[in-house]
Design a protein around this ligand. Structure first.
Ligand SMILES: [Zn+2]
Length: 466
């Protein structure tokens, strides 16, 4: 079943339609079907048209031109001047963000997060690691502390992750993700949003997620209100024969890495294994993919990452943040973590010529649409509860108004416990309590906030209130 679905995304759509058609558990359902896409925002659609495959090509080729971007490679002034090593790549990324900042009248604040990582498994001696990022500050005083973030890692590696000499062009892994952060910054910095967007590029991923661990811990220690993290790693759409260029995988954790024993017990008791914040973000991305023509459709994979493999989003999950990973549909392992060479007629190495720049542009559009939708939306409703004092077959939800004062109304979503995505939605106006003639025993509910223009917040699944 699974390989069949992987090869045939249309089959997923057919199965979803069938599950809508049969309805949840044969009950007649009020509310409308969430298969109808949310209306698009013309401002966001116009921004997506500015995403340029040509710009992305230039940025990926530039990043590959630094020879190696291994975290352990040179970062002294002479190497930076000579244009080889991670130091030269870092300075170029910073200059590129600064150029976008000048082009938008200083709307972006360009920053670095530098630290010395102690010697460890894949770090033979203490090494300076620098994350580079740009902040597009929210324009609404009460919502500017809300943050959505896009990230990719700019470090690369050859076959041996300690080999500072070998070339490691890292065009797909992960100049492609770095190019997504850069292009989202260039395009979205021309717009204004009530909430803040951060465009991040990290180092140290290949040595042990060091850059993202440091950044996520800083965000946690400083109490950032970080609502969503989009990690793009290997989004180059490698041109191998069996690639599917029409889809991109979105990985999300089930049980939150940061959940306490008590929270795990509650999740087990309520059947909440499919309803982490990260999984709500994945479903949100699926919605965005139906609303905006990105050129690529998200395929949700309900798993933290590829089998036994990891990435920077998990460093954010560890700190309790909502974070997902975008990756091309089919990876070509000849073209990642390999020295550049030809053996038995096979070309090895992560070269720019294997990257499909139009595909990266499509993934950048899907990211930009998600960031723009979230940064335009009200904050999610707070303190969402399902009232369970009395045993009854109706379901009553109660919540506190979306903080920040931007919500015009609220919607209740629900689906069968076996359904991957929300199936039904009902509007409830500007209230903070709703009763549905549906049994909480059979369904999963959530509440989201909607502003006057129809921008939706992330949905929040209720906890029981006795
Ligand atoms: Zn990677």
């Amino acid at each position: 079943m699974i390989p069949l679905l992987e090869k045939r995304p249309w089959l997923i759509a057919v199965l979803l339609v069938l599950s809508f058609a049969t309805g949840a558990l044969g009950q007649s359902q009020p509310g409308s079907n969430t298969a109808e896409p949310i209306a698009s925002d013309g401002r966001i659609s116009a921004a997506l048209r500015q995403v340029s495959a040509e710009r992305i090509r230039a940025n990926i080729e530039k990043l590959a031109s630094f020879g190696t971007r291994l975290t352990l490679s040179a970062q002294d002034p002479a190497s930076i001047a000579a244009g080889r090593g991670i130091g030269a790549a870092r300075e170029w990324i910073k200059a590129e963000f600064e150029r976008y900042a000048r082009d938008c009248g200083g709307c972006l604040e360009v920053k670095t997060d530098s630290f010395t990582e102690a010697a460890a498994d894949r770090i033979p001696q203490p090494t300076e690691i620098t994350n580079v990022y740009a902040v597009l500050k929210g324009t609404d005083a009460e919502n500017a502390n809300r943050i959505v973030l896009v990230t990719g890692h700019y470090d690369s590696r050859p076959s041996d992750t300690l080999d500072v000499k070998a070339d490691a062009p890292g065009a797909n892994d992960d100049a492609s993700g770095t190019a997504v952060s850069l292009e989202c910054a260039r395009v979205l910095s021309k717009l204004k949003f009530p909430a803040t967007i951060i465009f991040l590029t990290v180092a140290g991923e290949e040595q042990g997620l060091n850059g993202s661990r440091h950044f996520a811990k800083m965000a946690k220690d400083q109490g950032w209100n970080l609502e969503a993290v989009l990690n793009n790693d290997i989004v180059g759409g490698d041109k191998s024969a069996e690639q599917d260029h029409s889809v991109v995988r979105v990985f999300s954790e089930g049980l939150p890495a940061s959940a306490t024993e008590q929270e795990i017990r509650r999740i087990r008791g309520l059947g909440g294994e499919n309803d982490s914040g990260s999984r709500q973000l994945a479903r949100y991305i699926a919605d965005v993919g139906r609303t905006y023509e990105a050129g690529v459709k998200p395929v949700l994979v309900f798993r933290l990452d590829r089998y036994l493999r990891g990435g920077d989003h998990s460093a954010f999950n560890q700190q309790g943040f909502t974070a997902v990973r975008f990756t091309e549909f089919r990876e070509d392992f000849h073209h990642q973590h390999q020295n550049v060479r030809t053996e038995n007629g096979i070309e090895y190495g992560d070269l720019a010529k294997f990257v499909d720049f139009d595909y990266v542009a499509h993934v950048a559009r899907l990211n930009a649409a998600t960031l723009a939708s979230l940064a335009s939306a009200p904050a999610p409703p707070a303190n969402v509860h399902l009232l369970t004092k009395d045993l009854e077959n109706d379901s009553t939800l109660a919540w506190e108004a979306s903080p920040g004062g931007r919500a015009a109304e609220y919607e209740v979503l629900w689906r069968a416990t076996t359904s991957p995505e929300w199936e039904h939605v009902e509007k409830f106006g500007g209230v903070t309590r709703a009763t549905l003639k549906l049994s909480k025993d059979n369904l999963i509910f959530a509440v989201r906030a909607v502003d006057a223009e129809g921008h939706r917040s992330l949905p929040v699944v209720p906890v029981p209130e006795r």
